[in-house]
Ligand binder design. Structure first.
Ligand code: UDP
Ligand code: MG
Length: 321
């Protein structure tokens, strides 16, 4: 009863996106119907609490290629993406945000390049972010600079989660033991031949951002700790620097003592103590981030639970990773 594998699956994670649904469906469908190939759209409903589920059910009645993966609880953008990508059946799998900031029209171009050049990964790269706030652009630039340093130059700057993966790349992702890898770093790290398609990032079509500052900070910390142990060594370097400074101060003190000058300087003493205390706390905190990662990994809890998968081959039922 398995249907033929679609040529392309489009994975759309969504959390409370009822207001963009009609427009999203209209634009996505226009592009995908135009391909003239079998496709599936895999909407991942990340535990939405608004009318998203009802909206998707309504769309499904008129759009047979729409498949709805419902997560039992809100698990976050990354986990929702992974859930969708690993369950997509297409020969190529494209992930795209629901809010139409990434133009669905670029999917055709991604597919064309992947086929023409035999690429396994095609990144959507934001050529123009003028629609984003200055703060978002500034933090994003810092994030990508740091990630290129930590993970390597193969991480394309300004490539978010709008990208195409071949079946081979999806299977490689599946092999990873991580529950919910940060895809935008892990995908380049896999080392498949890749290309880029640039596009203009548009304004969110409707609704509000689901990425408040706290989530952005969380993604940044996870990105760093999942790819680099360098921060753990910060303590060592600071310690060595402290020893060097100490040595100089001892020499200075001895010379002053020989010269017969009395030692004053309580303020410098407590500033030094406070500084060292702060550095120690900072290093402890860094260590804590890594311990937390180990803790989460050892617990081995799934990053998400799939409540239902409607429209794949009937209802594939509950499942988890
Ligand atoms: N999203 C999700 N689960 C969440 C938060 C966001 O599936 O917990 C989806 C959201 O619906 C959208 C995508 O992730 O399709 C990107 O989120 P958003 O557009 O709010 O982020 P921004 O573009 O502001 O960074
Ligand atoms: Mg957005």
């Amino acid at each position: 009863m398995t249907r033929p594998e679609p040529a392309v699956s489009v994975v759309v994670p969504m959390f409370n996106e009822e207001s963009v649904l009609p427009l999203l469906a209209q634009r996505l469908r226009a592009v995908l119907d135009g391909l003239d190939e079998p496709y599936e759209v895999l909407a991942v409903d990340d535990g939405s609490t608004d009318g998203t589920a009802a909206g998707l059910a309504g769309l499904r009645a008129r759009w047979p290629q729409l498949r709805v993966l419902r997560l039992r609880r809100n698990s976050g953008h990354q986990a929702a993406l992974v859930a969708g990508v690993l369950r997509a059946r297409g020969r190529y799998v494209v992930s795209i945000d629901a809010d139409l900031q990434d133009p669905p029209e670029a999917i055709a171009e991604m597919l064309r390049r992947a086929r023409a050049e035999g690429l396994d990964v095609v990144y959507g790269v934001r050529a123009d972010r003028s629609s984003d706030t200055r703060f978002k652009r500034w933090t994003a630039a810092g994030y990508y600079r740091l990630m290129r340093r930590l993970v390597g130059k193969q991480v394309p700057a300004q490539a978010g989660d709008f990208r195409l993966l071949s079946r081979a790349a999806v299977e490689a992702l599946r092999e990873l033991p991580e529950r919910s890898p940060v895809l935008r770093l892990v995908v380049p790290w896999l080392g498949f031949p890749s290309g880029e398609v640039s596009y203009e990032r548009e304004e969110r079509a409707a609704g509000r951002t689901k990425y408040p500052l706290s989530r952005m900070a969380g993604l940044a910390v996870e990105s760093v700790t999942s790819f680099s142990a360098v921060p753990l060594r910060v303590a060592t370097w600071l310690g060595l620097a402290g020893v060097a400074v100490c040595g100089v101060l001892v020499v200075v003190a001895v010379v002053a003592w020989l010269a017969g000058s009395t030692v004053t300087g309580w303020p410098s003493l407590y500033v030094a103590i406070l500084f060292l205390g702060a550095v120690q706390l900072l290093c402890l905190g860094l260590l804590g981030e890594y311990v937390a990662r180990v803790y989460t990994a050892v617990q081995g809890r799934p990053a998400y639970f799939v409540a239902s998968d409607t429209g794949a081959d009937g209802d594939a039922g509950a499942d988890r990773r």
